[in-house]
Design a protein around this ligand. Sequence first.
Ligand code: COA
Length: 187
Amino acid sequence: MTAQVGVTEGVELPHRVADPRPDAARALAELWIAVTEAGGAVDFVPGWDPEEIRDLAVATVDEVRTGGARMLVLGDDTDPVGTVFVVPGTGIAAHRADVQRLMVHPGAQGRGIGTTLLEAAVAEARDMGVEMVTLGARGGTPLPGFYAARGFVEYGRLPGGVRLSPDDARDVHLFHRVLRPSPGWAG
Ligand SMILES: CC(C)(COP(=O)(O)OP(=O)(O)OC[C@H]1O[C@@H](n2cnc3c(N)ncnc32)[C@H](O)[C@@H]1OP(=O)(O)O)[C@@H](O)C(=O)NCCC(=O)NCCS
């Protein structure tokens, strides 16, 4: 079952998948493998064992089913054009949420869909009542610039935080975007 956020005449908008259908993990894996093989920067590199990607897709959709993450898709959850996940913090981090695994099918990139999904994720986080969203972006790609151009502020870097191969480690650029002032922030 899907919870429709909204459809403007002729223009499909991302919607939240509240209850992923049985085929959703397979569909997410297909998208993720295609994005990875095209050079996308979502947990893997081209040539990665597709079984590992499928396993992570199953775990990711299970997180959605158990309420540990919210999934937004453009298109059908069994045939998505793009997707993004919003993972709420817990305990003393419950006032923030992490945006993860933003991906658009390689055949549909560069048409504004990624920007729309990112804004939908921010709107979802706002609806959840959190004060800020965070995300990490792989260095040496256009991604840090993509997020910086969309209201995210880089607050640090994890040097060599992801290893793409024995001789290629990249920084993870850490971003946040404040949604509303944090009461009682003492720094
Ligand atoms: C990054 C991504 C989600 C952007 O979605 P999109 O629909 O292609 O982007 P839009 O059309 O909304 O915006 C175009 C912007 O994306 C950038 N972009 C386009 N293709 C890209 C790609 N393959 N990788 C990174 N950035 C890309 C362009 O430089 C452009 O940036 P600018 O407007 O600041 O100049 C999409 O390209 C993608 O799925 N990439 C592979 C997966 C990935 O790396 N995800 C990021 C996880 S942190």
